[in-house]
Design a protein around this ligand. Sequence first.
Ligand code: MG
Length: 514
Amino acid sequence: MLTRVKSAVATFMGGVMPGGGGDTSGASDVPSKFPYSRPEFLGLSPDEVECSADHSARPIVTMKESKSLPWSTGYAEVINAGKSTLNEDQACCEVLVVKRRPPGSSPASSRGLVARRRSSLPNGEGLGLREDLVNADNLTFHYWALFDGHAGCGAAVVASRLLHHHIALHLQEVMDILCTPDLQPPTCLSEEPARHNLVPTSQRALTRAVSLRGAAGAPASPSAPPTRFFAEKKVSQESLVVGAIENAFKDMDVQIEKERAVYNISGGCTALVVVYVLGKIYVANAGDSRAVIIRGGEVTPMSREFTPESERRRLQFLAYMQPHLLGNEFTHLEFPRRVQRKEVGKRMLYRDFTMSGWAYKTIQDEDLKFPLIYGEGKKARVLATIGVTRGFGDHSLKVHDSNISIKPFLSCCPEVQVYPLAQHQHGADDVLVLGTDGLWDVLSNQEVAEAVTCFLANCDPDDPHRYTMAAQELVMRARGVLRDRGWRISNDRLGSGDDISVYVIPLVHGNVQD
Ligand code: MG
C-alpha cells in the first residue's frame, strides 16, 4: 500500500507527463477531440505555441497588440517549470448571443442558435452589442474561463472549447423569462422546465397567459413569448442564471465521459468561469483556482477553493454512505497521523463527517487502513491520488495499481457567487482578477491587490493594453526570475513552478454595458 501511495504521489506532484498522456483509459489509439494548443484568442502560430512551452525560459505570453478581449480584459500566462511537458492550463473568452429557439427545434444542439461575437476579432471589432442586450429575441452574455488540467491536457482543452456552448443552451432554456421584462421576478416556472417546448405554440401562448394571470396578478402582454408557467414557486432571475450555469457544468462532464469512447480525452481539469449577463457577474468555481474583486484597493473574494481539506466532510460522508467505494483499503475517518499497528487498543484523536472538532476513539484494526484524505495543504490527497476535488474529467482515474475509482469523490458541480455589477460604480482601476493556483500558491490576495492597484495607478489611463500589462505583471511576480538554481520572487521566496494563467477584467466596462 505504501509503495502504491508513493508512486501515486510522485505522479501527481512532480512526475513529468507527456502532453495529452497520463490517462489510464488505454484510449491512446483514438484521436484527440481537439489538438493541444494555447487559448484561441491569443492567435498563436504553431511555432509560437512551441516557443511558449520552453520550460527553461518560461516566456510570459500575452495578447498581441493587434488583438483585444471584451472590456479590454488583460490576459497573461506562463508554462510550468517542468512538471508537465505542455501547459495544462487552458482559457477561453467569448461574447455570445443566444437566440430564441424556433418552435419545434431540438434543444440538443446550439447550431444556429448561438452566435459568437467579438472576442476573436482583431482590434475588438463588432463592439456594438448594446441592442442585443435588450432584444427579447437575443440574450448576450460575456464569458471568461480558466481550466487547470492535470494528468494530461485533454479534459482542459475540451472544456475550454465547449463549456460556453452548454451555458448558452441552458440560458436559452430560460430566456423567455430572462428577456421579457414583465416576466422578471417575481417569476413563476414550470415544475418541469425541460418540457416547456414540447407544448404546441398556440397552446403554450394560451397556457402562459392563463398561468401568468394567476401567478403575477397581471394579464400577459400579447407580444410576450409563448411558454408554459405554473405558480408553484417564485424563482428569481438570478437563480435561473445560476441554475443554467450549474447544469451546464454537469452536461460538460457527462459529455466528456461519453466521448471517451471515441476520443482520447486525457486527465481532468478544474474550472473557474465568469458569466456577465443582465447586469450581474456570476463567478462559478469548481476547483482550486480563485477569483477576487479589487475595488478601491479592497479585496472581495468571489470564490472558494475546493480541496481535499476544504471538502473533507462531503468526501467522508460519501465514503460513509458507500463504503464499497473505498475498496476495503481506505478508512473514511481522519486521524492526526497514520495509525500504527502497535496503537490498536489505545485511544487516539479522530473526526468523521459529522465533526468539525476532534474527539477520542479506541483504535481498532480497521483504523489501520489508509485515510481517505491524507496530507496537509498542497500535499493533501484524496485516496492518495489527487489534490483537487471538483472539476471535469478523471473518469478513468483509479488509485494506483487498484480498481478503486476516484471519480465518485470528484464533483463537477460549481459554487456560484453573484456580484451585482450594475448596482455599483467602478473606477478604471477596479478589476476582477482570475488566476489558476499557480498564481495564488505564491501570492496572497493582498499582494495581488497591491500589485494590481499600484501598477494600474502608474499606467496611462487611456492605454487599452493597461490590463494586459497588469496581468503580465502578476504572472511575472508569481513566476519570478531564474536565479541560481530556481525561480525566485520577492524576498527571495521560491516562485511558482506551476502553470500560471491570469485574467485582469476591468469592471468599469460593466457601467456602460458595452
Ligand atoms: Mg495549477
